[in-house]
Design a protein around this ligand. Structure first.
Ligand SMILES: Cc1ncc(CO)c(N)n1
Ligand SMILES: Cc1ncsc1CCO
Length: 221
């Protein structure tokens, strides 16, 4: 029997290939990515990660068993930690203080993505929430892995790559994918369809998030 995760990956693979080919990611590994573009990405992350942490906490609330509650609650806490080290390691390196990051309103795609995740995880069933949240983990794990081989001559970019390409994060994501396969066994065809539709939306937002950073997207009016 094929695992459900393969079906979910098929729903995202075309989008994932476009993520890998995006000039933001090719620029990360050859070190040619302009600093102002990465700076904008970090600013987007500073706005997105608190929403992401709360979306993970909502998954913890809906999780069907204590081990899954613990998993999502731990990842929510870990996301807050990553958000904090982002401030310490990166925003300071770019001369963006916490006050400035707060003053700058969340740009459209970061706000849209975070709002979508909160909506899906709060209003959906656990399966629908899982569909929305799994690609966040999986795409970053795959991107991190793909970039780890080449890493980056830039220590800032290398730090970021290690966070997501490293062993610890890879193991975290493997656990979530095991849970996905387990949960999918008990779902109807319709429920699987809604889970996959959410996964596709998240994968699209993942591409858009890189692209928005690349364009240094801001509110047009
Ligand atoms: C936009 C985005 N998606 C996923 C992750 C994974 O943590 C992240 N840090 N940022
Ligand atoms: C690194 C990491 N580990 C668990 S969740 C998460 C995502 C924070 O960005």
């Amino acid at each position: 029997m094929r695992a459900f995760r393969d079906e979910l990956w098929r729903a995202m693979d075309g989008i994932y290939q476009q993520i890998l080919a995006h000039p933001f990611l090719t620029g990360l590994t050859d070190g040619s990515l302009p600093k102002e573009v990465f700076r904008h990405f970090v600013l987007q992350e500073a706005h997105f990660l608190p929403d992401y942490a709360r979306a993970l906490a909502a998954c913890a609330v809906k999780a069907p068993d204590p081990a899954s509650v613990q998993r999502f609650a731990a990842d929510a806490a870990r996301t807050v930690e990553v958000e904090h080290s982002l401030h310490v390691e990166l925003l300071n390196a770019f001369g963006i203080g916490e006050a400035e990051a707060r003053r700058h309103p969340a740009p459209p795609t970061a706000l849209g993505y975070g709002s979508y995740l909160l909506r899906a995880c709060h209003l959906g069933t656990f399966a629908e929430a899982l569909g929305a949240i799994v690609p966040c983990y999986w795409i970053y794990a795959r991107v991190g892995q793909a970039l780890l081989d080449r890493s980056s001559p830039d220590p800032l970019y290398a730090w970021w790559i290690e966070t997501y390409g490293g062993e610890e994060y890879q193991e975290t994501v493997a656990g979530v994918l095991d849970l996905l396969d387990e949960v999918a066994e008990g779902l109807t065809g319709d429920e699987c369809g809604r889970l996959l539709a959410n996964a596709t939306t998240t994968a699209r937002y993942e591409w858009m998030f890189w692209d928005a950073a690349w364009r240094r997207e801001d509110w047009p009016v």
